[in-house]
Design a protein around this ligand. Structure first.
Ligand code: FAD
Ligand code: NAD
Length: 520
């Protein structure tokens, strides 16, 4: 079903040689695709050399395994023998060897924190790091010794001191309702800062406060109904989650606290939380791009903030595979299409299907009614970047258009200071242009908006702009509406495109604050 990439493919400059996060992909040998790796892990071969035995690994032992053909790496306290994986690693052997015989957690987190290594490497698991008998008092000392092995509460306590003041929560009840109140102590809390899930017995509410995550995680003492509501009292930073009791009895306590309950932890340490979402519809947008609509479970409250992405997880040949995608609105401007479905229960994606890819062909094979796991949102775009904005320039290539959809929607309807919005949309051919007619209609309808299409492989009849991102194209395109106008330039696409774009913008004297690039 899946083609193995040949040695000469992709072309040296292709985006496909670059992994998300800016990491270069190396060309892999024949028979060394991720799918081949998955097959090998299912073959029953002993990949650790320990015949399925799990051992406790000391630091001294770990250090001994630092050669290519005998390479152990520790990630979050678990040790893997990655030698058999070397040739299959999309980032290449050298990148993996940087962590040989040591704790690779930091390195891993820098490059691809979201990759599901537990599933990908489960047949390579050697065992756990041996826990040190005494925990040093100083957190930073301990961190140097063994990253990823700290008791969580310690990390929380130490880092929370540097973060926002800790929120708190309370609860009260009537005969039929239970209200959980979170006091965030932040005035700028919005409805997309809180994500609530009720799955099985566990009730989980995650509130994002700056770069931190405040968690309510509790096994409720009584049953509740599926639906609940979430309200914000903005100017006092209070969040109210109103649950409906299944039976009108009085609760003596809210429930039993689960791990990390009532804690404030750096968002990057919070881990990704997933819920199962059902495929509701799928329609062609171009020859290789589809619009997918998924329904959130009734017991989930989640709104993906503008400019952020989520992770989709599928189990492919018994291995969990995770990839990032950027939710969009179902059309460019709601006037074009009456929203058939209430927005807060449905989540839309524009996804390009790569026939030789690992994830997208599987996604494409899903039937209506099938399920996919969708994570909490991530990303560093901030709505405050729009404040007082006058000129908004969007540089998008291929599916790099996806973050621009919500940005366009939001900017044109919510920023009174906005004078001009221009999109330069780079594609290979006319057939690749996503939502061309919607973009043209929008430009016709809203005089502030303009779109230019640039093709890198047009047919000879194309009389629009051609080529790749370049100084000439950008200097002509990026004209401020006035000398001192407040500008934001957003850029998204294949990594080489984004990197070149950022460099060109620097050369054109735009400051860091005036640009935002989208990456994982
Ligand atoms: P992959 O398996 O990654 O392969 C893609 C292509 O590269 C294939 O043709 C494959 O043969 C080739 N290839 C892969 N590895 C190698 C190698 N080592 N050597 C040679 N060839 C190789 N995409 C969207 O369509 N919509 C979105 O909204 C979207 N949002 C994103 C948001 C973020 C933050 C990021 C980082 C990416 C986003 N992407 C989006 C891209 C998406 O995450 C996937 O990378 C994409 O869907 C490809 O996944 P795949 O597993 O199908 O393909
Ligand atoms: P594509 O291969 O169809 O290329 C589209 C255009 O990008 C080309 O016409 C060209 O102008 C430009 N381009 C491609 N390779 C280039 C290179 N090496 N140097 C300069 N310009 C180049 O694009 P696609 O297959 O739709 O890929 C879209 C990319 O956008 C993927 O890599 C995806 O991961 C990324 N993406 C990122 C995010 C995000 O970070 N938030 C969101 C969506 C998509």
């Amino acid at each position: 079903m899946l083609n193995v990439p040949s040695q000469s493919f992709p072309a040296p400059s292709s985006q496909q040689r670059v992994a998300s996060g800016g990491r270069s992909k190396v060309p892999l040998k024949q028979g060394r695709s991720l799918m081949d790796w998955i097959r090998l892990t299912k073959s029953g071969k002993d990949l650790t050399g320990l015949k399925g035995r799990l051992i406790e690994v000391t630091e001294e032992e770990l250090k001994k395994h630092s050669k290519k053909d005998d390479c152990w790496i520790c990630i979050r306290g678990f040790v893997y023998n990655v030698s058999p994986y070397m040739e299959y690693h999309p980032g290449g052997e050298d990148e993996l060897m940087r962590a040989a015989g040591s704790d690779g957690t930091d390195l891993f987190d820098q490059v691809h924190r979201w990759v599901n290594y537990e599933s990908m490497l489960k047949e390579c698991l050697v065992g756990r790091m041996a826990v040190k008998p005494a925990i040093p008092k100083d957190y930073h000392e301990e961190k140097k010794v063994l990253n990823g092995m700290l008791p969580k509460s310690q990390v929380t306590d130490a880092l929370a001191k540097e973060g926002p003041s800790s929120p708190s929560y309370d609860w009260f009840q009537t005969d039929s309702l239970v209200t959980i109140v979170i006091y965030t102590k932040q005035k700028d809390i919005t409805l997309d800062s809180v994500i609530v899930d009720h799955q099985d017995d566990s009730f989980r509410a995650e509130t994002i406060i700056k770069d931190y995550s405040y968690l309510i995680d509790i096994e409720l003492s009584h049953e509740i109904q599926e639906d609940f509501s979430v309200r914000i009292v903005e100017n006092v930073g209070k969040i109210e989650i109103v649950l409906k009791k299944k039976e009108n009895t009085s609760w003596k306590c809210l429930g039993h606290p689960l791990e990390n309950h009532n804690s404030l932890i750096p968002k990057k340490d919070a881990g990704l939380y997933y819920r199962q979402c059902q495929l509701i519809s799928k329609e062609d947008v171009t020859h290789d791009t589809r619009l997918f609509c998924f329904m959130l479970p009734p017991s989930t409250y989640l709104q993906v903030p503008i400019g952020q992405h989520v992770y989709l997880k599928l189990t492919i040949t018994d291995t969990e595979i995770v990839k990032p995608y950027t939710p969009i609105s179902d059309s460019l401007l709601s006037e074009f299409k009456e929203p058939v479905l209430p927005n807060n229960k449905y989540i839309y994606f524009l996804i390009k299907i790569y026939p030789a890819g690992l994830f997208t062909p599987e996604l494409d094979h899903l039937q209506i009614g099938d399920f996919v796991f969708i994570s909490n949102p991530e990303g560093n775009f901030k709505i405050s970047q729009f404040q007082e904005l006058e000129d908004l320039f969007l540089l998008a290539a291929g599916t790099g258009f996806t973050p621009m959809v919500k940005i366009l929607n939001y900017a044109l309807t919510n920023i009174p200071s906005l004078r001009k919005v221009k999109l330069m949309f780079f594609n290979k051919t006319e057939d690749d242009i996503i939502w061309r007619s919607q973009l043209e209609k929008l430009a016709f309808k809203d005089k502030r908006f303009d779109v230019e299409f640039v093709l890198s492989a047009p047919i000879s009849e194309w009389n629009g702009k051609q080529g790749h991102i370049s100084p000439a194209l950008l200097s002509e395109f990026l004209k401020r509406s006035s000398d001192k106008s407040k500008v934001l330039i957003c850029i998204c696409g294949p990594m080489p495109f984004t990197e070149q774009g950022i460099k060109l913008l620097h050369d054109l004297n735009f400051s860091k604050d005036e640009m935002h690039s989208f990456t994982a």
